[in-house]
Structure formats: structure tokens, C-alpha cells
Write a protein that binds this ligand. Structure first.
Ligand code: FAD
Length: 501
């Protein structure tokens, strides 16, 4: 292992991943390291990636970004969760709300008390009525938790829908102000060092050569350095997640923006609807084994809410992950490191997560294999947990109206997911391992939304008298409802509260 100190970093790619990396590294490392970024307008970016999950707020905070400025600059709206339609069966819908259900009732998880009280008692209502974000989302309401400090909504959490191109530009301005140097040009060649196979430099088509100690590959699906130059290898997960194409097409917004993403299962995949301030993002993620590109485009066009606001953008991908996200002196981020379809909006989060793990193992005085191995293990676990959560949506379906759904219902799933499902079926328990991304409430929402119900609830619930549980449930439900009714509409919140810095 070469013991060269890391003084120069070259970020290859200026999509969401590249500029998130430039912004975070320049903010945290300051001028101790020289940071450069190369991107090619001729190659362009993937041009999609508009929905996020709550940890993005931390990323923006870490960079000192004012949230209202960010919302204005990226045409963002707020996101309180995802509405899933037709996933379990046609005509059935459920919601994956951000944040927790209810409030603590005892030592067991909230949903366990609800399960016990709900059994045979219709007065208890649906679990959905105890998720503040879901109640607000369904009524089209929004306010930040700090606007309601003494209400049950103070524990609410949220994310954003935003224009990814505008976000990259926003982060670019920040990064350049902190000294990041941007190079425009297409990389034609990657030069490796003879001594150890590490990357030495990249050569642009016009002959310029950019050398660095550490390379961050944010070049998108092609993985120009991590795969093209270092031949790291890719683990293909298509047998679990058969979608390999998407067509995206924005349209004019014709109704107030919903504070949630919509995901509707279709015959060969699913369709997203993402409301931004200036337009609605739409796309159909599908399996080419079951649908042609023309059919996908026609289906998407026919379901647009308003006039199309752009040409269709066709994307091809292989679901899976790079065998090593960090190989020698090259760390891959974003699509270069792997891709799991955007059903739970996890890709941008994986960039953020990769960056925070990198900072925890930053190779200041040189590369240590122990750091690299640890980073790769952490990212492998993170990718695999996300993969399992996405597979759950497909596998736990009752649909048999199309070949895709018959295939995913019958397929063998990873053992780690089987274990999660079995534990939940037994006593409604959710165990999370190794700091995995999705919280207990997320698993509960999707498991039950997909028709996986426990045989019985956790016996720990019996330490609280049933009458007391019912009484508290009623109080919590009413308090959530009353508080949500005090909230402004999502649209008016954005126009009145986010319009100024
Ligand atoms: P890209 O945007 O592809 O950027 C690659 C960069 O590398 C570009 O700047 C390009 O110019 C540069 N480059 C490539 N080759 C060269 C070269 N030879 N020379 C110089 N420069 C080069 N994520 C979410 O979190 N939420 C979502 O809702 C979501 N939806 C998605 C929907 C679809 C259909 C797809 C495919 C992805 C979605 N994603 C989503 C993922 C998200 O789009 C990406 O994680 C994010 O955009 C990061 O992309 P990137 O920066 O890795 O790659």
C-alpha cells in the first residue's frame, strides 16, 4: 500500500454525486486538501433523482445551507412520505410515512399496542391515523416541527422533492466559493501507476492531464474509474429486482403540490409522480423483459396530469452494487457505486452516507487497507439493507395479473429479508442491524401495507392495562388530528414561509 499523503483530490463527474462530494469535502477539509472536479457537458448527467428521505436535512445543515434558500433555489417541495398504490393488489393503497407512529405507551413499540387494541375493536381506527406525517400528507398540510413545538407534531420529520439539476448547480456555487476548481472536458483515458495499479491521472480529450492522490468516481453508471480503469466488478441483483429501464418525463403541474411522492404499481414495474414547485416529475421504472420502451413511454404519457414539459428521457441500468465501493485510491459514489431503483428514494442518501463514512476513514497520511476494507463492509451492508427493503415491496404482493408480478411473488428472496418477514409475522417485531437506514416504523408501514401481518402482538404490551391503552390511543389520535388541522396547506406554507430567507 503506497503511503502517499492525500493532498489532491479529483472528483470525476458533476452530477448530484460529484457536487455533493465537492461541497461536503471542501466544507469539512477546508483548504488542507486541493479539491478539483472534472465534468463534461457533452456527456451530461442522468437528469433524474428528485425525491429524498429525511437525512438530507442533516446534509444541508452540515453545509450551513439555509433551508428556505435551498427550497427557493431548487424549486423544492416538502415530502412527508410515499403513497403506494396497487402494490399489494389493484385498487389497494397504503402510505409509508416518515417518522414514528404515535407516542410511547410503554416498553413495547407503539404499533404493538395498536395491534393489541385494534384486534376486534373498530374504535381504535387504523394505524395510519397515528402517523402525524401521514395524516398531514393526506390532508395536504405542512408545517415544520419547530412551528408546533408543543404539539404531537413536534416529532415529525420530513424530506424534500427538488430539481436535481438545480441542486447540483446550488452546490457547485458553494463549492467553488470554497475553493473547488472545476474543469470542463471529456475524459478520454485513465492512467494507472505501473508500481501498484493505483490511478495516476485522467487525460482529457483536449490533451490536458489531471493528476491527484485520491480519486472520487462520480461518473455515473459507466463508473469510468472504478470499473473502466480498475475493473472492480459488479454484483448484479436483477434476479431480485428485475426492472432495468426507466423513462422519465416531466409535465406541467395542474394541482397544488402534494407533500408526498406517489408510486403506482403498473403491469411491468411502477410509476412515480413527484411534485416540484415548477413542474411534476414523472417516470415509469420497468423491466425490459416484459415491456418495450415504446409501450412504457405511451403508458407514461397517457397518465400525465398536465401537458408534457420535456422530451422522454430513457435510462438503462443494472440493479446491483460495485463489489468494492473503494478500490485502491478510487472511491466511487452515486451511480458509479451501484444502483437500487428509486422506489424509496435512497440513491441520494447513499451518496450522503458514503461521504460521511469516507470522512470517518479519511486517508490523510496515506491509504490503510483496514480503512478501505471497513468502508467497503459498511457500504455493502447499507446497500444490502436498502435492497431488502425494496424487494419486500415487490415480493409481498398478491398481484398475479402480469408476468412480472407472478415472477417476483414466486422468487427466492435474500435470507436477511426472509428473517425480517418471519420475525414480523410471528410477534410483529422488527430488529434493525448494523445501523441500517430504515427505521422500525418504515418496516411496519411497508410490511403491513404489503399484507404481512403478525400472528400476535408482543407480550410486553400486557404490562399496560387494555383500557389504559385504548384511552391513550384515543387521546393520541385526536391530538394528531387537531394539530394537523391547525397546519397551513403545503402550498401556502411554501409560498408564505419559504419565500424569504
Ligand atoms: P450522473 O448524474 O450520471 O453524473 C455523472 C457525471 O459524470 C456527469 O457530470 C458527467 O458529465 C460525468 N462524466 C461521465 N463520463 C465522463 C467523462 N468521460 N468525462 C468527463 N465527465 C464525465 N435518487 C434519489 O435519491 N431519488 C430519486 O427520486 C431518484 N430517482 C431516480 C430515477 C431513475 C430512473 C434513476 C436512474 C435514478 C434515480 N435516482 C434517484 C438516482 C439519482 O439520479 C442519482 O443517485 C444521482 O443523480 C447521482 O447521479 P450521479 O451524480 O452518480 O451520476
Amino acid at each position: 500500500m503506497a503511503p502517499a499523503p492525500v493532498q489532491r483530490i479529483l472528483i470525476v463527474g458533476g452530477g448530484t454525486a460529484g457536487w455533493m462530494a465537492a461541497a461536503a469535502l471542501s466544507h469539512i477539509l477546508g483548504t488542507a486538501v486541493r479539491i478539483e472536479l472534472v465534468e463534461s457537458e457533452a456527456v451530461g448527467t442522468v437528469g433524474v433523482g428528485e425525491a429524498t428521505i429525511p437525512p438530507i436535512k442533516l446534509f444541508n445543515q452540515l453545509l450551513g445551507i439555509d433551508e428556505n434558500t435551498f427550497i427557493r433555489e431548487t424549486q423544492a417541495t416538502f415530502k412527508l412520505g410515499i403513497a403506494f398504490q396497487d402494490w399489494l393488489r389493484q385498487g389497494h393503497g397504503y402510505f409509508h410515512p416518515f417518522g414514528a407512529y404515535g407516542a410511547p405507551l410503554g416498553v413495547a413499540a407503539f404499533h404493538q399496542y395498536w395491534l393489541r387494541a385494534h384486534d376486534g375493536d373498530s374504535r381504535v381506527g387504523e394505524l395510519a391515523e397515528y402517523a402525524p406525517t401521514e395524516v398531514a400528507a393526506r390532508l395536504g398540510r405542512f408545517a415544520r416541527p419547530e412551528d408546533m413545538p408543543h404539539s404531537p407534531l413536534a416529532r415529525m420529520t420530513y424530506a424534500f422533492h427538488f430539481d436535481a439539476g438545480l441542486y447540483a448547480r446550488f452546490l457547485r456555487r458553494q463549492s467553488e466559493a470554497r475553493g473547488v476548481t472545476r474543469h470542463e472536458g471529456r475524459i478520454a483515458k485513465v492512467k494507472l501507476r505501473d508500481s501498484d495499479g493505483f490511478i495516476h491521472s485522467v487525460k482529457l480529450e483536449d490533451g490536458r492531464e489531471l493528476a491527484a492522490d485520491f480519486f472520487i468516481d462520480c461518473s455515473g453508471f459507466r463508473g469510468l474509474l472504478i470499473e473502466g480503469a480498475l475493473k472492480t466488478g459488479y454484483e448484479d441483483w436483477t434476479h431480485w429486482l428485475p426492472a432495468d429501464r426507466a423513462v422519465a418525463m416531466p409535465c406541467a403541474r395542474v394541482a397544488p403540490p402534494t407533500p408526498y411522492t406517489q408510486s403506482t404499481a403498473l403491469s411491468a414495474g411502477w410509476r412515480w409522480r413527484i411534485p416540484l414547485q415548477h413542474r411534476t416529475g414523472n417516470g415509469y421504472v420497468y423491466s425490459s423483459a416484459f415491456l418495450s420502451d415504446d409501450e412504457a413511454e405511451a403508458t407514461l404519457r397517457a397518465s400525465l396530469d398536465g401537458p408534457a414539459a420535456g422530451e422522454p428521457n430513457f435510462l438503462r441500468f443494472t440493479t446491483g452494487r460495485r463489489r468494492k465501493t473503494w478500490n485502491k485510491n478510487c472511491l466511487s459514489l452515486g451511480l458509479a457505486s451501484g444502483f437500487v431503483e428509486p422506489l424509496e428514494s435512497t440513491s441520494i442518501h447513499l451518496i450522503q452516507s458514503g461521504l460521511s463514512k469516507l470522512l470517518l476513514s479519511f486517508p490523510d497520511t496515506g491509504f490503510a487497507q483496514a480503512d478501505i476494507d471497513n468502508y467497503n463492509r459498511l457500504m455493502q451492508t447499507e446497500f444490502e439493507r436498502v435492497r431488502d427493503f425494496i424487494i419486500l415491496h415487490y415480493h409481498a404482493t398478491e398481484r398475479d395479473d402480469a408476468p412480472l408480478w407472478r415472477q417476483v411473488r414466486a422468487m427466492a428472496i435474500p435470507d436477511s429479508l426472509t428473517q425480517k418477514i418471519d420475525l414480523f409475522r410471528s410477534r410483529g417485531r422488527v430488529f434493525r442491524y448494523e445501523d441500517e437506514l430504515f427505521q422500525e416504523a418504515s418496516w411496519v408501514a411497508v410490511l403491513m401495507g404489503q399484507g404481512v401481518f403478525p400472528a400476535r402482538c408482543d407480550p410486553l404490551t400486557e404490562t399496560v392495562a387494555q383500557d389504559q391503552v385504548r384511552h391513550r390511543l384515543n387521546e393520541i389520535r385526536l391530538a394528531i388530528r387537531r394539530a394537523v388541522e391547525q397546519m397551513p396547506t403545503h402550498e401556502s406554507y411554501i409560498s408564505s414561509r419559504c419565500a424569504v430567507g
